[in-house]
Design a protein around this ligand. Structure first.
Ligand code: FAD
Length: 678
C-alpha cells in the first residue's frame, strides 16, 4: 500500500460495496475465479436472523454449482404444498385448495426456506475456502466518494475507479434496534418504512478521528449496498416506480395455535380483516406476513415507528385467523415494510461500476424473490467481471449484464405488482363484487407464478453470449450488446437440434452415467461455477461408423492450433483452461470403451494424473436409478447428436451441428480474447 499525501493508497481488481446476498455472491465468483477482491460493509456484523427466507429452485442449483447446496438442502425447510384459505358463505375462513409448491419435475430441488443469516454464513465459508482466506468481509467500512477516470475506462489494465473508504468505530457501525434493550431482533432499521440514510452522519463522526480514511483504485466496483444504495446515489442514478399504501408486518415465531395448516405454506384471505401468509420454517419457526390495517404511512411514505410493535402485528394475525387461535412464547425476529416496486434507471456506469440486487430493484418480499433475484443478478455479473478483469474475456460482454438483468427485474416488478394486489385485496363476496379479488384468479396467479417464482423461467435475449435471433424469442429484444447476427430461420434450425435446451435459458439437468465408473450424475453437477465455458458434445451413436467420423472431424478442428480451445487465454489456477469439453453419447455404455472409442481430446492425458475419467458420459441405464433418457428429454437425435455451449453461469449460449465448427469458433471469438500460441 502506497501513501499519497496523508492517505494510504492501493490498487485492487474488484471492490464490492455491501455484503448482503448480492455482494457475497459477487465475492464468491471472485474467490472461485481467483480475482483479487475487497468487500466492505458499513455494518459491523452480518445478520443473524430474520430478513429474507425463500430459496428458489434456481438459487439451490446455483449453490450446488458453488459447492454448498448440501448445507442448504439439509438445513432449510422444504416447501411442498400450498394451502389456500378463504371465507366461506358464512364469512368464516376455510381451506379451499391445495396445490404443489414447486412445479413437479422442474428442477432437482424444491423451493425451501431458511433465514438470510444462514445463507450469508454459507457464502462466507465458501468465499473463505475458495479464496484461501484472501477475501474477507471488512466490516465497519463505507465509501465516502467515488470517481471514474473516463479516459481510462476502455483500457483493460487500468484501475479507473477511485474510491475513498472510511473506517468506522464499533459503535458507529452498530445499527439501532427499534425497541431499546429488547432481546428480540427487529429488522426495522433496514425497513423501507423508517430507514434513513446515515452515511453522511457516519462519515462526519468517523472523520473526526485521524487515520480512518484510505484511497482504493479499482478496476471494477460492484455496488451491492441495498435498496438505499449509496453507490447508486453517488452515480446520480435513481430507482423509478411506485410505492403502494399496503403495509405489512413480519413475525418469525414458534406459534402456539390450533390452526391446522401451520406447517404448510398458506395464503389466507379473511372476509374483513386483511390477509396473512404462513411460511413454515426451520427449527419449528413459522413466518407470518400480516397486512397491517392500523398503520398508515404519511405523505412522505414514512410510518410512525412507535406504533409498530410485535404485539400489534400479532393482534392483526389473530383477527385474520379467527376463529382459530394463535399466540407465541418465542419470537425470533420481526419487522414491517411497505410494498414499493421500483427498477433502476441504470445498471452500470461506463461498465466499470455496476449495481446489483436491491440497489437496482425493490419489490415486496412475500413472493420470496428479493434475495434470490439479488443473488442471481450477481451470479450473472460476477463471472463476466472476473473473466474480463483477468483478460480472458472481451470487455464487450459486460454490456450484456444490464440487457439480461433489466428484463428480469422488470418481470419481477410486474409479477410482484399482480401478486401483491391479489394478495392484499379483500376477497370478492360474489361474482358482482368488482372491487374484491376473485379467489379463482388468485389461485391461477399462484399456479402461473410458480414457474416465475422458481427462477427457472429466465430466458436471456440475443447478445455476444447468446446466439439466437432477435425476433425469435417472445420476451427478447437485443441485450445491450450486438447479437451474433443469426437469422430467424438459422436460429430455428439450431434450436431444433435440442429443443429441450432453449438457448438463453439455464441448462436443464438430466441424469447421465459416467463412462468410466458407471456412476449416475446430474449433468448440471458437472457445470461447476469456476468461470469455465462448457462445450457439451452430444456425440450420438458413437458406435456407428459414419457418426464416429463426424465426431472425429469435429475433434480434429477442436484440436487445431488456431481453435478457440487452444487460443483462449489460459489463466493461472484455479482457472486452468476457460473452455472445458464434456461428452454425452447415446450408445450402450457397456458396448463402448473410453480409451478405444473417444478421441483423446475428449478425455485428455496428463503425465502426472493420467487420463481424465470425468468428462465422458452415456445416456444409458444405471444400476440403481433407472434410465433418465436425456436425449429424448432434450429432443436430441440419438444417432446424430449436436453440440451445445453452456456459459459459466450454466445458461445455454450456442447450439449447432458438428459440421458448424466455424460458427462455434465465431461464438468464442465474439466473447473471449483469443491469441494464437507461439
Ligand atoms: P441487502 O441484503 O440489503 O444488503 C446490502 C448490504 O449493504 C447490507 O449488508 C448493508 O449493511 C450494506 N450497506 C448499505 N449501505 C452501505 C454503504 N454505504 N457502505 C457499505 N455497505 C453498505 N426478501 C425475501 O426474499 N423474503 C423476505 O421475507 C424478505 N424480507 C425482508 C424484510 C426486510 C425488512 C427487508 C429490508 C428486506 C426483506 N427481503 C426479503 C428482501 C431481501 O432481504 C433483499 O431483497 C435482499 O437482502 C437483497 O440483497 P442485497 O444484497 O441486494 O441487499
Amino acid at each position: 500500500m502506497a501513501t499519497n499525501g496523508h492517505l494510504p493508497e492501493s490498487n485492487i481488481d474488484v471492490l464490492i460495496i455491501g455484503a448482503g446476498p448480492a455482494g457475497l455472491m459477487t465475492a464468491c465468483w471472485m474467490a472461485h475465479c481467483g480475482v483479487t477482491t475487497r468487500i466492505v460493509d458499513k455494518r459491523n456484523t452480518k445478520i443473524f436472523c430474520g430478513q429474507a427466507d425463500g430459496l428458489q429452485c434456481r438459487s439451490l442449483e446455483i449453490f450446488d454449482s458453488l459447492g454448498f447446496a448440501d448445507r442448504a438442502w439439509k438445513e432449510a425447510n422444504h416447501m411442498i404444498e400450498i394451502c389456500m384459505w378463504n371465507p366461506g358463505p358464512d364469512g368464516v375462513i376455510r381451506r379451499s385448495d391445495r396445490i404443489p409448491d414447486t412445479i413437479v419435475g422442474l428442477s432437482r430441488f424444491t423451493q425451501s426456506v431458511i433465514h438470510q443469516g444462514r445463507v450469508e454464513r454459507w457464502f462466507l465459508d465458501n468465499i473463505k475456502k475458495y479464496s484461501k482466506d484472501t477475501i474477507d468481509v471488512e466490516r465497519g467500512v463505507l465509501p465516502e466518494s467515488l470517481d471514474i477516470d473516463k479516459e481510462k475506462v476502455e483500457d483493460p489494465s487500468a484501475h479507473p475507479v477511485t474510491v475513498k473508504l472510511r473506517h468506522l468505530s464499533d459503535e458507529e457501525a452498530t445499527p439501532e434496534q427499534q425497541i431499546k434493550g429488547s432481546k428480540v431482533s427487529d429488522g426495522l432499521f433496514r425497513s423501507s418504512l423508517i430507514y434513513e440514510d446515515d452515511e453522511e452522519e457516519l462519515i462526519r463522526k468517523s472523520s473526526a478521528r485521524a487515520g480512518t480514511a484510505e484511497i482504493v483504485h479499482a478496476k471494477y466496483v460492484v455496488g451491492c449496498d441495498g435498496a438505499r444504495s449509496w453507490t447508486r446515489r453517488a452515480l446520480g442514478f435513481e430507482l423509478q416506480g411506485e410505492a403502494t399504501d399496503f403495509i405489512w408486518g413480519v413475525l418469525d415465531i414458534i406459534p402456539i395455535t390450533d390452526f391446522p395448516d401451520v406447517r404448510m405454506r398458506c395464503a389466507i384471505h379473511s372476509a374483513e380483516n386483511g390477509s396473512l401468509m404462513v411460511i413454515p420454517r426451520e427449527n419449528k419457526l413459522v413466518r407470518l406476513y400480516i397486512q397491517l390495517k392500523e398503520v398508515i404511512p404519511d405523505a412522505t411514505g414514512r410510518a410512525d415507528r412507535s406504533k409498530i410493535t410485535p404485539e400489534l402485528i400479532l393482534s392483526a394475525a389473530q383477527k385474520i385467523l379467527s376463529p382459530y387461535k394463535i399466540d407465541y412464547e418465542y419470537c425470533d425476529w420481526w419487522t414491517a415494510y411497505q410494498i414499493g416496486q421500483r427498477v433502476g434507471t441504470n445498471f452500470d456506469a461506463h461498465q466499470r461500476v455496476f449495481l446489483a440486487g436491491d440497489a437496482v430493484h425493490t419489490h415486496s418480499p412475500k413472493a420470496g424473490q428479493g434475495m434470490n433475484v439479488s443473488m442471481q443478478d450477481a451470479f450473472n455479473l460476477g463471472w463476466k467481471v472476473a473473466l474480463v478483469s483477468k483478460g480472458i474475456a472481451k470487455r464487450s460482454i459486460l454490456s450484456t449484464y444490464e440487457g439480461e438483468r433489466r428484463r428480469v427485474a422488470q418481470d419481477l416488478i410486474d409479477f410482484d405488482h399482480r401478486f401483491s394486489r391479489l394478495f392484499s385485496g379483500r376477497p370478492a363476496k360474489d361474482l358482482m363484487d368488482a372491487e374484491g379479488v376473485s379467489m379463482e384468479e388468485f389461485k391461477e396467479a399462484f399456479l402461473k407464478g410458480n414457474m416465475f417464482a422458481s427462477g427457472l423461467s429466465v430466458n436471456y435475449g440475443p447478445s455476444v453470449l447468446v446466439a439466437k435471433a432477435a425476433d425469435a424469442i417472445e420476451n427478447g429484444g437485443l441485450n445491450g450488446s450486438s447479437s451474433v447476427g443469426i437469422s430467424a430461420d438459422a436460429f430455428a434450425k439450431k434450436q431444433a437440434l435440442a429443443p429441450g435446451l432453449p438457448i438463453g435459458m439455464r441448462f436443464n439437468s438430466v441424469k447421465v452415467v459416467s463412462q468410466a465408473d458407471a456412476r449416475p450424475w446430474h449433468i448440471q453437477e458437472k457445470l461447476k461455477s469456476n468461470g469455465r465455458f462448457r462445450v457439451v458434445l452430444f456425440a450420438g451413436n458413437i458406435l456407428d461408423v459414419e457418426q464416429r467420423k463426424r465426431v472425429e472431424k469435429f475433434c480434429e478442428a477442436l484440436d487445431s492450433p488456431t481453435s478457440f480451445f487452444h487460443t483462449a487465454t489460459p489463466s493461472s489456477a484455479p482457472l486452468e483452461s476457460v473452455v472445458e469439453v464434456l461428452t454425452v453419447h447415446s450408445s450402450k455404455r457397456t458396448d463402448t470403451e473410453l480409451l478405444r472409442d473417444f478421441p483423446e481430446i475428449l478425455h485428455p492425458f496428463d503425465p502426472h494424473d493420467g487420463w481424465d475419467y470425468d468428462k465422458v458420459f452415456a445416456d444409458d441405464e444405471t444400476y440403481h436409478e433407472g434410465f433418465a433418457d436425456a436425449y429424448t428429454k432434450y429432443g436430441i437425435d440419438k444417432e446424430r447428436g449436436c453440440v451445445v455451449v453452456a456459459r459459466p453461469d450454466q445458461h445455454v449460449g450456442w447450439i449447432g451441428e458438428f459440421e458448424d465448427f466455424d460458427g462455434l469458433q465465431k461464438y468464442f471469438e465474439g466473447c473471449l480474447v483469443l491469441s494464437p500460441k507461439a
